[in-house]
Design a protein around this ligand. Sequence first.
Ligand code: SAH
Length: 266
Amino acid sequence: MNTVNNDLSSHPALGQVTLVGAGPGDPELLTIKALKAIQAATMLLVDDLVSEPIVALASPTARVVWVGKRGGCKSTPQSFIEKLMITAALEGEQVVRLKGGDPFLFGRGGEEVEHLQQAGVRVSVVNGITAGLAAVTSLNTPLTHRDYAHGVVFVTGHAKPGDTGTDWRALAQTARQAKLTLVIYMGVTGAAHIQSELLQGLSADTPVAIIQNASLAQQRHAACLLCDLADTIGREGLGSPAVIVVGDVVQGLLAVAQPLRAGVGA
Ligand code: SAH
């Protein structure tokens, strides 16, 4: 039987890497486990979307390496980040890899765990609240609802180079037939394309919300119908980081309540 040791204080002499989910930005949304790992870290590698107040929770003696695109710099290559983590952990450092939201949702956490394990480094993962969940929750809106949505799909609007990406038409048809909410990450730039593809399977009056900087003081959102998604993003000047939530669960966020479509909420 495989057992996983999640006690971060054991074997202090040995180095290890902990992938920590920093949540959407508000430090109060960190888990206690994440906070303990951050405080115990001797070295932190911090992704772009992690807020500064969270990094400030680290020990003043900890080495902090920002590996995102802050300050207009290009982001650090993934292979370099992984090498840095492996070397530091093998030298005995308590490394925390701090990632926005949850490390295992569009955070390359899976790839990093594989590579760290291949290098013989002890690794553990601490969940964080993912941005899509925090975004709607901040607006008192659920992702599922017994009347409107039987499930939820977290999907990326930005595929790996060379990958054909999401089949939006198929997804739209499934979402309509199975009553699923779509939560689209990294979708703002490609919103016009996503909108036109989703319209092949979902009706034009499907409610949509766009939430930027969820959980932070500068949070903004807009709600509209699917046929107005790209125009609304442009008109409202919404930009990254934002999630797009598609489905009847966000109906209540429309500024002027739209009449419910036949069968919705019945
Ligand atoms: N692992 C992260 C997602 C990383 S991908 C998570 O679980 O949340 C980066 C994308 O996440 C952004 O492009 C955006 O779509 C979304 N995102 C991250 N932080 C956000 C925030 N505070 N508000 C809205 N969207 C956010």
